[in-house]
Design a protein around this ligand. Structure first.
Ligand code: ST9
Ligand code: ZN
Ligand code: ZN
Length: 341
């Protein structure tokens, strides 16, 4: 810990006992000897493996159907479902709940909870717990999707086997009381297995059939299965592509990277070196939404404009610039505000 560092949990909401915020706005992480310990036996979960294989085979067929057979209304509807369920992940469980990067009134929280359930990535409380562990123990054995275990493990492999003892042990130290005490999130967790099939699978299938006479098969394949698989892979890409490929303008010592391709499919979540350096910033990016693609920031800005979101946390340009100069890989001029002065 640098001598000038001081603990400050007021700005991030996700600082942990070993994290301290430094004067330049960065985080010093203590990984306590948790680096990847080498080859490991995986306790495979065959039901998940079979389900993901079937989902992806069906989605490839659905992609063909989307071009060859569906009504245009169904494709527009599928895109809207992608945006809604994607926002439930990015603006919802990621920025609002896992990182507390802004505050939201109950109508927005309820909407984001339903959109999040539509994405079927498990309850907000479970997702946020894994994600807080991921930030605190990034790229170590206590990271649920430790990228040091390889691209495939970080992308989907981690969902096909039991979690390591270190993940569970370190995860138990994470304070989740803020989310557990939110009645909207407690409701989602309690009724997840009823709510999720309804909003992720049943409604997106039924609406096109009764709304504009789409066939049952097309409605199930395109806005339901294909949309679900796309949002899953877009999310997983942040753990895989954005932990492997791209520049590191803010902290060259961190594995996560800036990846424009991922940002494009993941509604603005690909600026991952910035995000791991400054996890409490509501934009998950240095730049505002009108400079690099970031629909999730645009959404949060709009919600603030109509009074549904408040206390949007962000890092000042000066702090970002100083940090980039001190620990970045020299590519900040590509990704951030001009830092030549
Ligand atoms: C999915 C999640 O896809 C994807 C998350 C990706 C995150 C990306 C982040 C990047 C930034 C954001 C970008 C957004 C971009 C969005 C773009 C949109 C366009 N700490 O889990 P279990 C304990 S999900 C502490 O079963 P197993 C705990 O006691 C896909 N303790 O562990 C727990 O009991 P409880 C859909 C922990 O048995 C108990 O273990 N879902 C922790 O090892 C059992 O928990 C699926 O397919 C922890 N972190 O099984 C299901 N974790 O909960 C997939 C666990 O009661 N999952 N414990 O406290 C599973 O089947 C299982 O979780 C498993 C592990 C097989 C993977
Ligand atoms: Zn990450
Ligand atoms: Zn995060």
């Amino acid at each position: 810990m640098p001598p000038q560092a001081e603990a400050d949990t007021s700005t991030t909401g996700v600082l942990y006992e070993s994290d301290v915020q430094t004067k330049d706005g960065g985080l010093d992480r203590e990984v306590a000897g948790m680096k990847y310990a080498g080859s490991k036996k995986y306790d495979l979960v065959y039901a998940n493996i079979i389900w993901f294989i079937l989902l992806h085979i069906a989605s490839l067929y659905a992609l063909y159907v989307a071009f060859a057979d569906t009504m245009w209304q169904t494709n527009v509807f599928a895109f809207v479902c992608y945006l809604q369920s994607g926002m439930g992940i990015t603006a919802g469980v990621h920025r609002l709940w896992a990182h507390k990067a802004f505050k939201a009134k109950w109508p927005l929280r309820l909407t984001l909870m339903l959109w999040n359930t539509m994405a079927f990535q498990d309850s907000v409380i479970d997702w946020a717990r894994d994600h807080r562990v991921h930030h605190k123990y990034s790229d170590t054995d206590a990271d649920p999707h430790n990228a040091v275990r390889g691209f495939f493990f970080a992308h989907v492999g981690w969902l096909c086997c039991r979690k390591s003892d270190q993940v569970k042990a370190k995860g138990q130290l994470i304070d989740m009381s803020d989310l557990e005490n939110d009645p909207i999130l407690a409701f989602q967790k309690k009724y997840y297995m009823k709510l999720m099939p309804l909003v992720c699978f049943i409604l997106p299938t039924v609406i096109p059939v009764y709304g504009w006479d789409e066939s049952w098969a097309n409605a199930f394949l395109v806005p339901t299965l294909l949309r679900y698989a796309i949002v899953l892979n877009a999310t997983w890409s942040v753990n895989s592509f954005a932990h492997f490929f791209g520049h590191r303008p803010y902290d060259n010592a961190l594995n996560p990277r800036e990846n424009l391709g991922v940002a494009c499919v993941a509604l603005g979540e690909g600026f991952h070196n910035f995000h791991h350096t400054f996890p409490w910033d509501y934009k998950s990016s240095e730049l505002p939404f009108y400079t690099l693609p970031n629909p999730s920031s645009a959404f949060i800005d709009f919600m603030a404009y109509i009074g549904q979101a408040s206390d949007l946390k962000t890092v000042s340009n000066a702090v970002v610039r100083r940090r980039a100069k001190r620990t970045g890989d020299g590519t900040h001029k590509i990704w951030g505000w001009d830092d030549t002065d």
